[in-house]
Design a protein. Sequence first.
Length: 630
Amino acid sequence: MCGITGVVALSESGKKYLDRVPLAIDSMASRGPDGNGIYTHKNVALGHLRLSIIDTSSAANQPFTDPSGRYTVVFNGEFFNFQKYRQQLIDKGIELRSTGDTEVLLHLYIFEGADVVRKINGFFALAIYDKVNETVFIARDRYGVKPFYIYHDTEKIIFSSEMKGLLAYGIKKDIDYVSLYSYLQLNYVPGNNSIFKNVIKLKPGNYGVINPNGQLEFTEYYHIDPTASFSGNVPSYDDAQKKLVQLLDASVERRMISDVPLGAFLSGGIDSSVVTALAAQKTKHLKTFSIGYKDEPLFDETQYALMVAKKYKTDHTVFSLSNDDLYNNLFKVLDYIDEPFADSSAIAVHILSMHTRKHVTVALSGDGADEMLGGYNKHEAEFRIRNAGTKEQMVAALEPFLKLFPASRNTKAGNKVRQALKFAAGYKLSAKDRYWRWAGYCNEAEATALLKKPVDWEEYQFRKGVTLRTINGATDIHDVLFTDMQLVLPNDMLVKVDLMSMANSIEVRNPFLDVDVVNYCFTLPANYKIDAHGRKKVLKDAFRSYLPEELYNRGKQGFEVPLLKWFRTGLNDLIFNDLLAVDFIEKQGIFNYDAIEKLKKQLMSNSPGDATARVWGLLVFQYWYKKYMN
């Protein structure tokens, strides 16, 4: 787990950017506290920051060059099955000078070229320079666990693990208003676009070649087959459970390879509990970590995490947080965010990572299970609409009546009203429109009202259409799960974990995102995952004997940062007298203040609805804007 950056100069004037690689490295220092290095040749420079996990010796330092001097690699990530290929290289007579995965990766590339990425079971962002052909090969893992930003103009091509790495070069910063428009709806920038016009993200499951003339060529090497469950022999439900256990067990075992202390995040939910149960059987006294919420008992799951920890005799640590603890870390999170990203649970992930790093350098997590196995509330709601009966029709019909009650995320009753209103509104929409609406916090009309400039509607519809291309509204909801793997997972969930873990120099590994596990799960029928009786069925049933029964007798529990309380207390001045004040808004020239004012009034009413999340999205953007655009 590390950070990478690089420059390919396309002109004489572009060569000055080669000297700025140290600045990019400094900007991402927490990604690699164990060392850094720079390689330069003619018009190319590569930079690397190291967080030592496997082979912590200097022999595995990067940039790493092969004995011939022709090829040099910078690699961020883990190649879990490298030992198999290491032995094959030794059998061919290759002398290896390290025991790590990076050297194996480089030699495999020398033998096999781009096909090397298909052999990697793991997660990664990488670049390999061939100084004979003067090309740079770049690649990103299948699901987007590791980030890869690219800036391109006539002078240079720059890439980096984080946006702040690109900004350190002094790149041109033109806001992409289509990206901003999507951000206002989703609270993150979707797809391979970014908040800046000249910056893109290398798509998950893609590799590319940067040619000496500046031409960028991309190739998709992997994608999930959304129709896989409709072809071939479908296993019985019992066989599917057994196979899933086998695959997850193998995935966890692969992800426990480490030369530094390793533990597991244990929230008390099914996913992290499954990972903990499997990992605890492979090591003595597995270290596990949870966070509890003193002031928010509705969201505290530590009692369930303790049950799992006790069952598997883990060395368990609970970090019990007050709202003040959360608030005191809020600005650390805002300062680390280098592209608008407003998933407020990032604050909790930051704190969990910060405290966990004091004990271990690697942590296993349960990320990815909800997206591919149907674990979210919206999945159940979508299933109910596609298989609607009298109950669902009644909820939709009661929408005018429901609007009479306060809707809020901050009370149990208010949240039920909010959810019912969202369900009723979604019931009337097409499958594509419903998916997009439920993915975010406001609709297109509300986002349009916020912006002063009209959005390039054709470009917006094109990008949105690419995201929604496989939503078909069939009776099962495999299309929704597939789309979540393309939208929600790489652009929200994995961004949150990468940013907040890397801010604290800790590596997070995701056993559910093993390629064998994901491919198998998408061959299973949707009714193995969700039906009228529950969500994530095959996972829950497969591990019923592994987990305490109490975990099954409760609903899915998310976490809501107490934003509304902060907006009415500590952050009130920031909203009304600074970031969303009329003077700043008018001077900035991006937003319509009347729409901002309307949103602030809703926020302070007894029925804030989703205004809390929307105001948070605006605050994150404004904070980012002041830091990076002023």
